[in-house]
Unconditional design. Structure first.
Length: 217
């Protein structure tokens, strides 16, 4: 089937994209307003884009569901513009239910972390805290924002990373027990997610190996 996005409304384009670009990593984006009040919201329009410097990208839409029209800035975007700092806290299977609670459409000023029974821990390089229950948390400084229609692409430079001790195989050699993190990914529809437990190993091939396999059919 061919779908011409120029002929489709926003909601339908959104539906096709989130049903096919899967799984998407999920992270809480934690921010503070100018008065120091915390805000946390889960985002799956998120990934790492560069490693020198390490830059992550998050698509922050206007208030309302991704497929709905809207122009009012979310608290997240307003806070990032006000302070230039945020943390990204990855979501594991053990914290997925709390993530779902924080994703509700609360009015401004509500502490989503308190609603979900989550606790904060101090960051080292920035003022914005991280979520203590998250297995991995990234301290970020705003690198750039790129307006995209009713969305903003937020690029953040990662200044530091927190990985809970129980997920490190060898801290000296920077070996992380990635499967043990138990991270989850966003799938299609309103409530589908994926675990990261069904893995397979496929070593990279050299050009010579690829040519040999091609000839062998």
């Amino acid at each position: 089937m061919f779908f011409d996005f120029a002929a489709l409304p926003k909601r339908d384009r959104y539906k096709l994209v989130v049903s096919t670009i899967v799984p998407r990593p999920i992270a809480w984006l934690v921010t503070q307003d100018a008065e120091g009040r915390n805000n946390a919201a889960p985002y799956s329009f998120f990934n790492v884009l560069s490693n020198d410097p390490v830059v992550v990208g998050i698509g922050v839409g206007a208030r309302g569901m991704g497929g709905e029209e809207g122009t009012e800035l979310k608290d997240t975007m307003s806070n990032i513009r006000a302070t230039g700092e945020f943390t990204l806290c990855l979501v594991s299977e053990s914290t997925a239910e709390a993530m779902n609670v924080t994703g509700a459409d609360y009015p401004p000023g509500v502490d989503e972390l308190a609603m979900a029974g989550l606790t904060t821990a101090a960051s080292k390089r920035i003022r914005v805290p991280r979520i203590a229950e998250s297995p991995v948390a990234l301290e970020c400084r705003l690198f750039q924002t790129v307006p995209i229609g009713t969305h903003n692409l937020v690029l953040g430079e990662v200044l530091a990373v927190h990985i809970r001790d129980e997920f490190m195989l060898d801290a000296t050699r920077l070996y992380v027990d990635t499967p043990k993190l138990g991270l989850v990914g966003r799938m299609h529809g309103g409530g589908w997610y994926a675990r990261t437990t069904d893995l397979f190993d496929m070593p990279r091939v050299t050009p010579e190996q690829a040519e040999t396999r091609r000839k062998e059919g």
